[in-house]
Design a protein around this ligand. Structure first.
Ligand SMILES: [Ca+2]
Ligand SMILES: [Ca+2]
Ligand SMILES: [Ca+2]
Length: 271
């Protein structure tokens, strides 16, 4: 056996080596095992491609609205050491998808607690009942700037309906810039004016209520806005953002195709 290895890479001895060790040929254009390897990788590649293609719309759907750091004078919303970090700890928050934070659902009684306002305008905060249509119902008028505590409002499912949207009316009623809904398409500028985090931890922040959400508004229209989204920050309880379409069915379909790819490979192997 040692003599065979010693004479490598002679063609004759390579063939003997394959017989002895049962390995594939070590040169291009080789035997049966190389062809089955190519066939196998082709099937797996097809299956993986199908899986990626099917999952792509789900992955792109989860894109997040861009938040800019405050240009100066106010705490930035979501940077380390910024507003959310000091209130909750960034590591205890999970950003919600901006496709899911548009229409909300009231689980019985929604509670909203104002956490901060960093804006020149006063901010009227409330909800719009239903998944579409409806009118703005103010819950609280926020006039104080900076960190805020003790300002809380409640609304029952009987008032808002199961489906509802959050909204603000900056600068008082019936004055520019008008009402901003959590549904971007309802806004006059088409901009997403509200971003959302789910409280998922309480490390270093024992008061965090896991399962509550933190919503944060931008109150100026597109083109005039600094996109700092710290203009009004509210913690909400007893509500949930609308579930994103379940990717599990798509994943199952993709997995099925991968399995079919594997089956095709096995058939190829035993052909
Ligand atoms: Ca949003
Ligand atoms: Ca702003
Ligand atoms: Ca601001």
């Amino acid at each position: 056996m040692g003599a065979v290895i010693a004479t490598y890479p002679s063609g004759l001895h390579l063939l003997q080596q394959q017989k002895i060790f049962g390995g594939g040929p070590a040169y291009p254009g080789g035997g049966l095992k190389v062809r089955t390897k190519v066939r196998r990788s082709k099937w797996w590649a097809l299956g993986a491609l199908a899986l990626i293609t099917l999952c792509f719309p789900v992955l792109t759907q989860a894109a997040s609205t861009v938040i800019l750091p405050n240009p100066g004078g106010e705490p930035s919303l979501a940077t380390p050491g910024g507003l959310l970090d000091s209130l909750y700890g960034l590591g205890n928050l999970t950003r919600a998808s901006d496709s899911a934070d548009q229409v909300w659902q009231n689980l019985g009684t929604g509670t909203a607690t104002i956490k901060g306002k960093y804006a020149g305008y006063t901010e009227l905060f409330g909800y719009i009942s239903g998944a579409s249509g409806g009118t703005f119902v103010p819950l609280m008028n926020v006039t104080q700037n900076g960190l805020i505590s003790g300002q809380t409002g409640q609304f029952t499912v009987g008032q808002s309906g199961f489906d509802f949207r959050f909204a603000i009316d900056p600068n008082g009623s019936n004055v520019n810039p008008g009402i901003w809904s959590s549904v971007a398409a309802e806004n006059s500028d088409g901009l997403d004016h509200m971003v959302t985090w789910l409280i998922t931890g309480n490390s270093g922040h024992g008061d965090n209520v896991i399962g509550d959400y933190v919503i944060a508004f931008e109150d100026l229209p597109l083109g005039q806005s600094d996109l700092d989204y710290n203009d009004l920050v509210i913690q909400v309880h007893g509500v949930q953002d609308a579930p994103v379409p379940e990717p599990s069915s798509l994943l199952l379909l993709g997995a099925g195709l991968v399995a079919l790819g594997g089956l095709g490979w096995r058939r190829g192997l035993h052909r």
